[in-house]
Design a binder for this molecule. Structure first.
Ligand SMILES: *Cc1c(COP(=O)(O)O)cnc(C)c1O
Length: 390
């Protein structure tokens, strides 16, 4: 192999610097499907590290639907859909997602990350301004940068500050407000009612990212917009098929004109291969479950488990915890977060450490994420192990 010794030295120096700051990352090896327990680095452990909130990633109905689709359609999609065509499985999933989210249309992408790049690229460009919550997901941050619009970052969930910024901005361009609906490492909700009011007052577009909420919140599982009863006030809804839907892919839901514009101009759609048709069939099978009584029962079970765990953590450890199935235990120092995660793993419990740049400096944490199939025995084991460590 050709090697460049100079570059190797530069890379090693950067890695050494990361290690010094407690930010060196290594990959653990998974040897089973996802679930409330799984095999990690050779051991069966309880899994609090997955966004598979409704436990559908390894559900036999989803897996069998995907398997049958692979046997019928093969695996790869071949190319971008503008080149090799829209598969019937892409079209069926999009019709289903649009009906589910009650929007005119939906468009599927290879990932939620790509869906955000596309959505914000359609909302804003050079000369426009995007108002973005300080804690928005990295894919939103990157999307705003790539759009060429001016970014105005408002303090996390500080809508008075946002209103001031909107009022001060007298630029010519279009205004877009973008937010995570449920913040992915803090577990708290955006106040979409307030944002819809600001959208109306300032003539802005509102784009929300329901990545951690689709399938989980609202009576029907349509997300935080349904929960807060503001669906009609939202211009662009982004979500992922990789969390509660249990598979892979991203989606933008919105008007006919928005989706046609994305098909015609969104670079993540034009220049990236479509997701495999079987992945779309699997997502439809997951939506079948999410929209059934069983789906409702899974949502309720998940939220009950989350409420109970949050209460226990508050009572036992005086921890300020937030509102959802995502429960951060903030420890501050990155090396300490990793150390705690490692020690929990010695007790057979996997809770990943989150460090910068995934979280702000000084707020490294363990991030517990719950799923509908976590039983009280799993949660009790977690609480006992935490008691031993703190
Ligand atoms: C995970 C996540 C994404 C990206 O979705 P992928 O399908 O994993 O690429 C986008 N936004 C938020 C808020 C997320 O948490």
């Amino acid at each position: 192999m050709h090697e460049s010794p100079v570059l190797e030295t530069v890379w090693d120096a950067r890695l050494a610097e990361l290690a010094d700051r407690g930010l060196y990352r290594t990959l653990r090896r998974v040897e089973s499907g996802q679930g409330p327990t799984f095999r990690l680095d050779g051991h069966e452990v309880i899994n609090f590290g997955s966004n598979d909130y409704l436990t559908l990633a390894a559900d036999s109905r989803v897996v069998e639907a995907a398997g049958r689709a692979i046997l019928t359609y093969g695996w790869g999609a071949g190319a971008s859909r503008l080149v090799s065509g829209t598969h019937v499985a892409h079209a069926q999933l999009e019709e289903r997602l649009a009906a589910f989210c009650r929007t005119e249309r939906a468009l599927v992408f290879g990932s939620g990350y790509l869906a955000n790049l596309a959505a914000i690229g359609a909302a804003a460009g050079k000369g426009d301004v995007v108002f973005s919550d300080q804690r928005n997901h990295a894919s939103i941050v990157d999307a705003v940068r790539l759009s060429g619009a001016r970014a105005v970052v408002y303090p996390h969930r500080d809508y008075d500050a946002l209103e001031d910024l909107l009022g001060e901005d007298d630029g010519e361009g279009r205004k877009t407000i973008v937010t995570d609906a449920l913040f992915s490492v803090d577990g708290c909700f955006a106040d979409l009612r307030r944002l819809v009011a600001l959208r109306e007052r300032y003539g802005a577009l509102l784009c929300i990212d329901e990545a951690h909420a689709l399938g989980v919140y609202g009576e029907s599982g349509r997300g935080v917009a349904e929960l807060q009863q503001v669906e009609a006030g939202i211009d662009i809804r982004v979500a992922t098929l990789s969390k509660a839907i249990g598979g892979v892919g991203g989606v933008v839901c919105g008007s006919r004109a928005l989706i046609e514009l994305l098909i015609n101009t969104a670079r993540p759609f034009i220049f990236s291969t479509a997701p495999p048709p079987a992945a779309c069939v699997a997502a439809v099978a997951a939506l079948d479950i999410i929209e059934s009584d069983e789906g409702r029962a899974r949502r309720e079970k998940l939220l009950t488990t989350a409420r109970n765990l949050r209460r226990e953590l508050r009572q036992r450890h005086n921890l300020a915890t937030t509102d959802s199935q995502i429960i951060p235990l903030i420890v501050g120092d990155p090396a300490l977060a990793v150390d705690l995660s490692t020690r929990l793993l010695e007790h057979g419990i996997f809770v990943p450490a989150f460090r910068p740049p995934s979280v702000p400096e000084g707020t490294s944490r363990l991030r517990i994420s719950l799923t509908s199939e976590h039983q009280s025995a799993h949660v009790d084991a977690l609480l006992e192990a935490i008691d031993k460590l703190v």
